[in-house]
Design a protein around this ligand. Structure first.
Ligand code: ATP
Ligand code: PRP
Ligand code: MG
Length: 294
């Protein structure tokens, strides 16, 4: 009998979350290819089997066991009421590093001004269960109608309000809609099947994968900075630049100079490098980071 090789079945989202998810996996060291032609893309780790699925369905398949683990929006895990282990949350959306929001929206000139005004009205949404439980919590009874997408177009002709996901807000603006209330914020979560976590090989593989994914996630928007500095200017430099927290200081051989190394947010680099230069730093180098493992 030949030994059956083990594999970890990982579900990744097609659609809005696909590109940022693949970028995160690549930074973590897992290159996924062939996804433009197939929902069964290849990955350069023989222990993994990747399946591309709709974000809405991944949590169901993880609960069922067809997938051992996966990455999908918190919104769909909640809407499906899936019984899965949530192992990590990583904040990113289609185009930004912010969570998305599910909002109730109405036409700008609608008479609906509060959640209570939705009593007896018709609401269209892809996330029917999320919407129903939000309304129930607020004691409002309304008709919640399932929408396959392009939901914004339905108000005011077909429905009174919609519940849809928004990130930049441009779709709402383009359709002249006003946000009444946010019903939930959502970011991608890494989830696993409970039974898969009882299998030592799978559990270990998931833990290693997560360590690398979290490392890659933590390294986003961070860069390394290294510079040389005369020792007598060090105190001044550290006082002036609080963002250089916990730097590594090493003595340069046979001189009164030190090397300072630190990790900072990329967004402050353009402010900081000229300041470092003015404070006497020399040989300043900035380098990109792939992973930061805490
Ligand atoms: N700008 C965005 N628009 C829509 N969904 C987003 C956005 N950013 C992140 N998401 C997340 O992506 C997931 C949406 O996946 P879903 O498969 O429902 O739709 P989609 O990827 O937009 O596909 P489709 O094009 O068929 O609507 C959700 O978890 C949602 O929170
Ligand atoms: O706030 P924004 O940045 O504009 O993003 C939100 C929009 O993106 C999604 O649409 P999608 O492209 O998935 O099309 P769909 O309406 O068919 O789902 C979502 O349904 C909103 O329409
Ligand atoms: Mg969509």
């Amino acid at each position: 009998m030949t030994a059956v090789s083990k594999t970890l079945r990982v579900g990744l989202p097609s659609g809005s979350l696909q590109e940022p998810t693949f970028a995160l996996f690549a930074k973590a060291g897992f290159n996924i290819s062939g996804a433009s032609r197939s929902y069964k893309p290849s990955v350069d780790d023989p222990d993994l089997t990747i399946r591309l699925l709709r974000a809405q369905e991944i949590s169901r398949y993880v609960q069922h066991g067809f997938l051992d683990c996966g990455l999908t929006g918190k919104d769909w895990i909640a809407n499906n009421g899936s019984d899965v282990a949530v192992l990590a949350e990583m904040t990113f959306s289609k185009v930004s590093n912010k969570p998305t929001r599910w909002v109730i929206a109405v036409p700008e000139d609608s008479a609906i001004k509060s959640v209570k005004d939705l009593q007896g009205k018709v609401i269209a949404t892809e996330a029917v269960d999320l919407t129903k439980s939000f309304l129930a919590k607020h004691g409002v009874t309304a008709e919640v109608e399932f929408s396959w997408g392009a939901t914004e177009v339905k108000v005011p002709d077909l429905v009174d309000a919609i519940v849809d996901v928004t990130e930049t807000g441009s779709s709402l603006r383009a359709n002249k809609l006003r946000i009444l209330e946010t019903i939930m914020e959502s970011s991608p979560q890494f989830i696993a099947n409970h039974k898969a976590l009882e299998d030592n090989w799978k559990k270990e593989k998931i833990e290693k994968l997560l360590l690398l994914l979290k490392g890659a996630y933590a390294a986003r928007d961070k860069v390394g900075l290294k510079m040389n500095l005369s020792e007598n200017k060090l105190a001044d430099l550290l006082k002036t630049l609080p963002s250089l927290r916990n730097p590594t200081i090493s003595q340069l051989a046979g001189s009164e100079w030190v090397a300072v190394e630190t990790i900072i947010d990329e967004s402050v680099v353009r402010e900081i490098i000229p300041q470092l230069k003015a404070l006497g730093a020399e040989g300043i180098i900035e380098y990109p980071l792939n992973k930061v493992v805490y």
